[in-house]
Design a protein around this ligand. Structure first.
Ligand code: VAH
Length: 317
């Protein structure tokens, strides 16, 4: 019998694309999208949708029982930049939503959980190059703290209550279908929109700020892969390092200039520079590649080609 899946936070950047992908794999009747609002009309109007408050255990449980859900992808969170503006809201949302879903699994209302962590779990004392799976982790953002603590709780619920929770430390993710919100890596999405609209972009990070990044298609592939992997191949129940490429604002601008020679980038670093400075430049994801055969597909120029092609259509250019 097919899985019955609930995506919490389906209106967001990753949640929306995950919803469409899961619908093609498991069938529309087996995938329920949910969010706190009806804002993402493409999600609301394209399949089963429910209003679910990730911070309200009863709200999630009602939906789980209504559709006989067995798997939850918890994609609702407050990201790094917004989290620094509203630290206690970020803590409350990111932690209460995780506990709600883990406790539903502990109580056997559901069988399986996906929960996204992030390279934001690493901090300024973490080795920045080829950052290993196991290393010093002193995150300096609230978002990073919630992800570090969340990883500890995921591993605890697996060891103590045998909850099948699986997790990935996502890098910055680039996509064109749904705008990201409140992230430090969002510049790598904004730059393509501005290139198409105005042929110029003022970047809020310095030119040489190297960060781990990934195209959305790779992030969705990794998420599906880890959730479909046989139980005995998942050796890490905190969260797996996950990597594809790393680049700087300067290198993404140079990639764009190969298609748009007159594109201009300027730099005006803001508070998000300090956040980016606390994160690794690139990630060692050898455990994911070894345990459940992860491999990425998209390099920077392929991402640029796809982003500019799709956004040109969206802006009717
Ligand atoms: C953020 N996009 O910028 C997220 C991500 C690695 C960064 O977790 O906050």
């Amino acid at each position: 019998m097919s899985s019955k899946i609930l995506i919490i936070g389906a209106g967001g950047q990753i949640g929306s694309e995950l919803t469409f992908k899961l619908r093609t794999i498991y069938g529309e009747e087996n995938v329920i999208a949910s969010d706190i609002s009806y804002n993402n009309e493409s999600i609301v109007n394209s399949g089963l949708f429910e209003i679910v408050d990730a911070q309200d255990y009863a709200s999630i449980k009602i939906c789980v029982e209504k559709y006989n859900i067995d798997t939850i992808y918890l994609m609702a969170a407050m990201l790094s930049a917004t989290g620094e503006k509203y630290p206690m809201k970020a803590w409350d949302l990111n932690m209460s939503s995780l506990f709600n879903v883990l406790n539903l699994a502990r109580a056997k209302f559901i069988k399986k959980v996906f929960w996204p962590s992030s390279i934001a779990v690493f901090g300024p004392t973490t080795p920045v190059n080829y950052t290993p799976q196991y290393t010093v982790m002193e995150p300096s953002t609230v978002y990073g703290i919630t992800k570090q603590v969340g990883e500890r709780w995921c591993e605890y619920y697996f060891n103590k209550y045998n909850v099948d929770v699986r997790s990935l430390r996502y890098p910055g993710i680039i996509s064109w279908k749904t705008l990201p919100g409140g992230g430090t890596t969002d510049y790598a999405v904004e730059i393509y929109h501005e290139a198409i609209k105005n042929n110029q972009y003022e970047c809020f990070l310095k030119a040489d700020t190297e960060l781990p990044m990934m195209f959305m298609d790779d992030a969705i592939k990794a998420t599906i892969n880890i959730m479909q992997a046989p139980d005995d191949t998942i050796k890490i129940r905190s969260s797996y390092n996950l990597a594809a490429i790393s680049f700087t604002p300067e290198s993404i601008a140079n990639s764009i200039k190969q298609r748009l020679p007159d594109f201009k980038i300027t730099y005006n670093p803001d508070y998000r520079q300090e956040i980016a400075n606390s994160w690794p430049k690139n990630i060692n994801d050898s455990y994911a590649r070894q345990d459940w055969k992860w491999k990425h597909d998209f390099n920077l120029d392929e991402i640029t080609e796809e982003m500019l092609t799709q956004l040109s259509k969206n802006y009717n250019q």
